[in-house]
Design a protein around this ligand. Structure first.
Ligand SMILES: [Ca+2]
Ligand SMILES: [Ca+2]
Ligand SMILES: [Ca+2]
Ligand SMILES: [Ca+2]
Length: 430
């Protein structure tokens, strides 16, 4: 693939043999070959301007047995003729190299493999570069040989479903969101759809500028969801209780817990940063942080190339608000949001009884299935200015108490890691 042009030139030099028949046919598709032919036999006037000439019947169409190519010594004209195949080899005398003669000859790098014409070489056969090998990896040994597919060679080979992941590399190395897969087990989220690793239910795929993607929760985590975690008596394992960040987090009890029965489908309030972090880890996700993994630097909170949360809110850095360029008080639940009849100011419901995210007017960001990236509850981000339990951690998107400026995707807000608020929640990424 990468040396296609180089290979064409090799191909040109490799003519004059039994392969000429094949090559003659191929030449019709390569400008370089066509150029060679023209040197010998200038084409008839290609017409006024357009060179898309095959329709003009000028005779250069690949297999036409063109009378204009009479000066060439190659049997290009014979390509179309059935007779060209068997008889023409006699012209030279000595046996020409072929890919089936059980010898390494011609430009082959192994026996009947490699080079320009022959099939790719299997593991252990000689090679000149990666393009000679079935595995796509020509080693650095001497002499160089094709290497067996491996899960750390930077190439999609063997039965991997994407580069160094899936297939035999899973479960050790599962493929990330958007990567190739053939089964759920190939993917980090155990979800394979149409050949690509998908996000779990309730999450949306977020493209990364350049390449790649990740997942983000459609909406804020609800009391009902948090209760599953809370009731599970989560052990204080490092993945749930990072140190030193959460050394002082002795419980996962949000402020105001437990919720009343009619609050179940509303966003969980009053969790500290460590509770939010632990919840996301427990459900196989992570508190939204840095694109590519880990915590995002506190100073990079408004960098869509670095912050998962910010990238999703701004739709890859395009919009200041999830729904567009300018503040609209009637769309998302901020301080100017019109309270529905009989309602009271405060967070709105985020989950349906079915478990699906509740559709809301506050849509947008990277998708129209993304809710409450502005307002409702402000959201913890894995973005703190220190690793200490007393660090300041980012809060994103503002809450139902916030004004226009605080409701923007790039609004700067933070609170101490262990603090709790009735206007604060979170969502997870993956
Ligand atoms: Ca051979
Ligand atoms: Ca590989
Ligand atoms: Ca706690
Ligand atoms: Ca929110």
């Amino acid at each position: 693939m990468l040396t296609r042009s180089r290979r064409v030139s090799h191909r040109a030099r490799f003519f004059g043999s039994a392969f000429a028949v094949i090559i003659g046919a191929s030449c019709a598709t390569f400008a370089a070959c066509a150029g060679d032919e023209r040197e010998h036999a200038p084409l008839p006037d290609a017409g006024p301007s357009s060179s898309s000439g095959p329709t003009s019947g000028g005779g250069d169409g690949g297999h036409g047995g063109s009378p204009t190519s009479s000066s060439t010594t190659q049997p290009t004209g014979g390509a179309g003729g059935a007779g060209g195949g068997t008889g023409e080899g006699g012209a030279g005398g000595a046996a020409d190299p072929t890919c089936v003669d059980l010898k390494q000859n011609g430009e082959e790098t192994g026996v009947d493999c490699g080079g320009v014409i022959c099939p790719l070489c299997g593991d252990g056969q000689g090679c000149a570069d990666d393009n000679d090998c079935q595995s796509g990896v020509c080693g650095t040994d001497a002499p160089t040989t094709c290497q067996a597919a491996a899960c750390d060679d930077g190439v999609k080979n063997g039965t991997e479903t994407d580069v160094d992941c899936g297939g035999p590399c899973a479960p050790g190395v599962k493929c990330g969101i958007g990567k190739g897969c053939t089964a759920a087990a190939d993917c980090i989220a155990d979800s394979c759809e149409a050949g690509h690793c998908a996000c779990p239910a309730g999450m949306l795929i977020v493209p990364i500028a350049g390449e790649g993607s990740y997942c983000i929760d459609q909406t804020e985590v609800s009391y009902k969801e948090y209760a599953v975690f809370y009731n599970a008596s989560v052990p204080p394992l490092p993945q749930f209780k990072p140190s030193p960040q959460c050394t002082g987090n002795d419980d996962y009890v949000p402020e105001g817990w437990p919720p009343s029965s009619d609050e179940q489908l509303y966003p969980v309030l009053g969790a500290d940063w460590c509770d939010a972090y632990a919840y996301c880890a427990y459900v196989g996700k992570r508190l939204c942080g840095k694109i590519g993994g880990g915590s995002n630097a506190s100073t990079d909170y408004a960098d869509y190339a670095k912050s998962q949360w910010h990238n999703a809110c701004t739709a890859n850095g395009v919009n200041p608000y999830p729904y567009g360029a300018s503040y609209q008080p009637s769309i998302c639940n901020g301080i100017g949001y019109p309270i529905p009849d009989g309602g009271v100011a405060g967070p709105v419901q985020v989950e349906e009884a079915t478990g699906a995210a509740k559709v809301h007017t506050c849509i947008g960001g990277v998708s129209t299935f993304l809710y409450h990236m502005s307002g409702n509850v402000e959201e913890w981000e894995d973005s703190c200015d220190d690793t200490a339990p007393t660090a300041q951690c980012r809060l994103r998107g503002g809450s139902h108490l916030s004004d226009a400026a605080a409701l923007a995707c790039s609004a700067s807000a933070s609170a101490t890691r262990m603090s709790k608020s009735q206007a604060r929640g979170f969502r997870c990424c993956l």
